[in-house]
Design a protein around this ligand. Structure first.
Ligand SMILES: *Cc1c(COP(=O)(O)O)cnc(C)c1O
Length: 396
């Protein structure tokens, strides 16, 4: 099997698995209990908090453990919205290409009377800092722009956006789920007020994540109960997963430079190979791009069929957004960068990880070329295009 869907989830690293075991075998107590096995769990929790904070340039007291990226996004946005409403500010700025964890939270807030402004992106999928600057109003209570896009891999200018939000006194949240462990993060230097990350996107376990909230930013709790996470997130902490997440993040950040160099070579080889397929186009920016992300549209192809045939060839990939698979709607991200519906349906995302090799890249290029040719050959619509009865969207 060739796994090229690391943007959906990653296989856990040996270090992350090893770090989880003592959380189950030795420090299995409740961190809120006063006896030794509880206090050992509390110490493990604190150590994980310190190590994760260090990776982000944050202070340990600004780290809140959540059930993952979605919860962290929800909590950041809802907290800023409630604080805004308290001060009579109900305008929120975000982008058209955010993850559904952000977009659906914003949709709920819009129904509750907030004014949500989704900035359009460029043809490459980028937001310019000037767009954000021009959109900020006196009643803006939050700017939420993702660090890196999960579908097309574009890397947003978060430091510039952070600087201008700070200057204008508007809280800035970034969904850094695709960036954490893969791109440098420094919440102080980048003027980030809220940040979401998720362990399973950097070779840690699923169901655990972090909300960074800058000291002084009011946090609303989504889950009521005990006083865990300083009263901001009730429920007994998932100590083994948190210990594992800390190890995974340290490992990913410690190897970031060498991993990036390796991935960039593989990524650009994959892009060059797929670009040879006639009537294809790369989605996203060629340079401001996650080191492991490749996303193409192939004209005349249905993404689902492409995935099924690739699966037969042992290749795991994704089409559109993983969260919308099962629905026939084309990806909102591809529509936002201006791809017509027909093209947006024929997209393929390949996301590389630590274990991928050059041989795998070459095999995938050959396989995609074969499958695309096979599907086009079977398609009456494609035959009409070849016969000149229907126009091509892309050029050969
Ligand atoms: C995966 C992902 C999420 C959701 O994270 P979970 O931990 O799966 O809830 C949010 N945002 C982005 C950009 C993602 O890629």
């Amino acid at each position: 099997m060739i796994y090229m869907d690391n943007a959906a989830t990653t296989k856990m690293s040996q270090a992350a698995i090893a770090a989880m075991l003592p959380g189950m075998e030795k420090v299995w107590g409740n961190p809120s209990s006063l006896y030794a096995v509880g206090q050992q769990a509390a110490e493990a929790l604190w150590s994980a908090r310190e190590r994760i904070a260090a990776c982000l340039g944050a202070s340990p007291k600004e780290i809140y453990f959540t059930s993952g990226g979605s919860e962290a996004d929800n909590q950041a946005i809802i907290s800023a919205a409630w604080e805004g409403a308290r001060r009579g500010k109900k305008h929120i700025i975000s982008s058209a290409v955010e993850h559904h964890a952000v977009l659906h939270t914003l949709r709920k807030l819009a129904k509750a009377g907030f004014v949500v402004e989704l900035l359009p992106v460029s043809a490459e999928g980028l937001i310019a800092p000037e767009q954000v600057a021009a959109a900020v109003r006196p009643d803006t209570c939050l700017v939420s722009i993702m660090y890196a896009n999960n579908e097309i891999g574009t890397v947003m200018p978060v430091a510039e956006i952070g600087a201008l939000c700070r200057e204008k006194g508007v809280p800035f949240h970034t969904d850094a789920v695709q960036a954490a462990g893969h791109l440098p993060i420094d919440v102080a230097a980048q003027n980030i007020d809220f940040l979401a990350l998720s362990a399973h996107k950097f070779r840690g376990p699923k169901g655990i994540g972090v909300l960074f909230a800058r000291r002084g930013q009011p946090l609303a709790s989504l889950i009521e109960g005990g006083a865990q996470e300083r009263g901001k997130r009730a429920g007994t902490e998932n100590v083994p997963a948190i210990m594992s997440m800390a190890a995974a993040l340290e490992e990913a950040c410690g190897h970031m430079a060498e991993d990036t160099t390796r991935l960039l070579k593989l990524r650009d080889r994959l892009i060059a190979g797929l670009a040879q397929i006639p009537y294809s186009v790369l989605n996203g920016d060629a340079v401001k791009r996650l080191p492991g992300n490749v996303n193409f549209c192939f004209e005349g192809i249905e993404g689902e069929s492409l995935l099924l045939l690739l699966d037969d060839k042992g290749v795991c990939a994704s089409s559109g957004s993983a969260c919308t698979s099962g629905s026939l709607d084309p990806s909102h991200v591809l529509l936002a960068i201006g791809r017509p519906h027909e093209l947006a349906h024929g997209s393929l995302r390949l996301s590389l990880g630590r274990d991928n090799t050059e041989q795998e890249v070459d095999y995938v290029v050959r396989s995609v070329a074969e499958v695309v040719a096979y599907l086009r050959n079977m398609s009456p619509l494609w035959q009409e295009k070849l016969a000149g009865q229907r126009a091509f969207i892309l050029s050969k």
